[in-house]
Ligand binder design. Structure first.
Ligand SMILES: [Zn+2]
Length: 379
C-alpha cells in the first residue's frame, strides 16, 4: 500500500520518496513509490502529472491501494518528486465546486449525482433527473453564495460509530474506510480526491450547459481558473461582436436579432430584384422557331428558372438557359413543344451531363464547354 500524502495535505506539490519498483510497461515504466502526492485517475477525475526526478509522470493509477506512476525512465533509490500543481489546483477547484453544486441539488431537489468527469478540457456531472434552467440558476447562485461565505472544508476518515450518525452522499454503498468531505452546512460526501481547504479558494462557479441524458441530466460547469479563462474567451468574443454591431455589450443579443431581421429583409428584396432582372433579360429574347441557348453570367439556378418561365413561350424549339462556368454549367432546359424526357438523356450523354425533370422542363448540369453545348443544340 502506498502512503497517500494527498489525504493529509492536498497542497503537497513537492516531496521525496523511495522507489519500491520501476518496471518496463506500455508507455514507459510503471513506477511504485513508498509514498506519493500524485492523485491517480479515479472517480471520473483525470490523474495528476508531473516529475519524479527528471522523469515525466504522464499517468497515475491505483490498484489495491498501490499507486502506480507511468514514467519515462526506470527509477531507483530516493527520488525528488514534483506535481504539475497548477493543473492539480485547477482540478481541486472544479472538484470542490462539483461537491457544492451536487450537495445543493441533493438538498433542494433530492436528486443524486450519478456521474462525474473532470478532464483537462471539460467538467461534467450527471444528476438523476432533469432540472429547469431556472432551477439550475438558483443552484448556481446558492453555490456562489457558499463560495463567498468562505466555508472551511474538512476531509477525514470517521470511525464506523461516527459514520453511522452522519448523513452523507455517496455513490458507493461502503461503510469501511470511508473518507468524508464536509463543506459546512452545504454538503457532506464520501470522496477520496483532493479538495481545496475553504470554499473561497474556488472562485466563481458557473453552470455552462445542461442536457437531458439517460433519464437524468448532464451538466457542464467551470470553476476557479477555468471560469476565469472561460470568461476571458467569452469577453473577447462579446467585445468583437459588440463593436461589429455597434451595440453595447449587454445588448448584443437583441442587436443581433434585429440585424438578422434586416438581413432577411435584404435577402427577400434581393430575390425580388433578381427575379425582375431575369424577366427583363427574358424580354430581350427574340422570337424563334428553332432552339436557343443563353448563358447568363452571375445567375443562380433560381434566376434561370425565372428567366426560362418568361422566355420559353418565345422559343419554338428548346430553350437552354445556362449559368455557372466552364466545366460545370448549370442548366434549366424548357420547351413548349418538345418532350424533353428523351432529349435530355441524349444531351446528358453527349455533353457529360446529369439531371432531369418533367417533359417540359428539366434541370441539371453539363461538364462540356459552352461552345460544345451551343453546337449540340444548334444541330
Ligand atoms: Zn470529491
Amino acid at each position: 500500500m502506498t502512503e497517500k500524502l494527498y489525504y493529509e495535505d492536498p497542497y503537497v506539490r513537492e516531496f521525496s520518496a523511495t522507489v519500491i519498483s520501476s518496471v518496463c510497461c506500455d508507455g514507459g515504466y510503471d513506477t511504485v513509490l513508498d509514498r506519493t502526492a500524485f492523485f491517480p485517475e479515479e472517480g471520473g477525475q483525470s490523474s495528476d502529472t508531473g516529475f519524479i526526478s527528471d522523469s515525466r509522470v504522464s499517468y497515475v493509477y491505483e490498484t489495491d491501494g498501490t499507486v502506480h506512476h507511468i514514467t519515462d525512465f526506470k527509477l531507483y533509490g530516493t527520488v525528488d518528486c514534483r506535481l504539475d500543481f497548477d493543473s492539480r489546483f485547477d482540478k481541486m477547484q472544479c472538484h470542490t465546486a462539483e461537491h457544492i453544486l451536487c450537495g445543493i441539488i441533493h438538498s433542494i431537489f433530492g436528486l443524486d449525482n450519478v456521474g462525474f468527469h473532470l478532464g483537462d478540457d471539460e467538467v461534467t456531472f450527471d444528476i438523476s433527473a432533469p432540472l429547469e434552467r431556472s432551477d439550475l440558476d438558483k443552484v448556481e447562485s446558492l453555490a456562489n453564495e457558499a463560495v463567498f461565505r468562505n466555508i472551511p472544508i474538512r476531509a477525514y476518515f470517521p470511525n464506523s460509530d461516527e459514520l453511522s450518525g452522519i448523513e452523507y452522499r455517496s455513490k458507493l454503498d461502503i461503510t469501511e474506510g470511508v473518507r468524508l468531505v464536509e463543506i459546512g452546512d452545504v454538503d457532506t460526501c464520501a470522496c477520496c480526491a483532493p479538495h481545496v481547504s475553504s470554499t473561497g479558494e474556488i472562485g466563481l462557479i458557473k453552470i455552462l450547459e445542461a442536457m437531458k441524458h439517460r433519464g437524468g441530466m448532464r451538466i457542464w460547469m467551470v470553476a476557479g481558473s477555468r471560469a476565469l479563462t472561460d470568461y476571458n474567451e467569452k469577453y473577447r468574443n462579446i467585445r468583437e461582436i459588440s463593436a461589429a454591431l455597434s451595440a453595447p455589450q449587454h445588448d448584443t443579443a437583441s442587436a443581433l436579432s434585429s440585424y438578422m431581421q434586416d438581413a432577411e429583409q435584404i435577402k427577400y428584396q434581393l430575390k425580388l430584384a433578381r427575379r425582375q432582372l431575369a424577366e427583363v433579360k427574358a424580354e430581350t429574347v427574340p422570337a424563334t422557331d428553332g432552339n436557343a441557348v443563353y448563358y447568363l453570367e452571375g445567375f443562380s439556378i433560381d434566376d434561370l428558372r425565372f428567366f426560362a418561365n418568361a422566355a420559353t413561350s418565345k422559343v419554338g424549339g428548346i430553350l437552354v438557359s445556362l449559368c455557372g462556368s466552364e466545366g460545370d454549367y448549370k442548366y434549366v432546359i424548357t420547351s413548349k413543344s418538345v418532350n424533353l424526357s428523351a432529349e435530355i438523356k441524349a444531351a446528358n450523354s453527349a455533353l457529360g451531363g446529369r439531371g432531369g425533370g418533367k417533359p417540359n422542363a428539366v434541370q441539371g448540369s453539363f461538364s462540356a464547354s459552352l461552345k460544345e453545348i451551343r453546337e449540340y443544340f444548334s444541330a
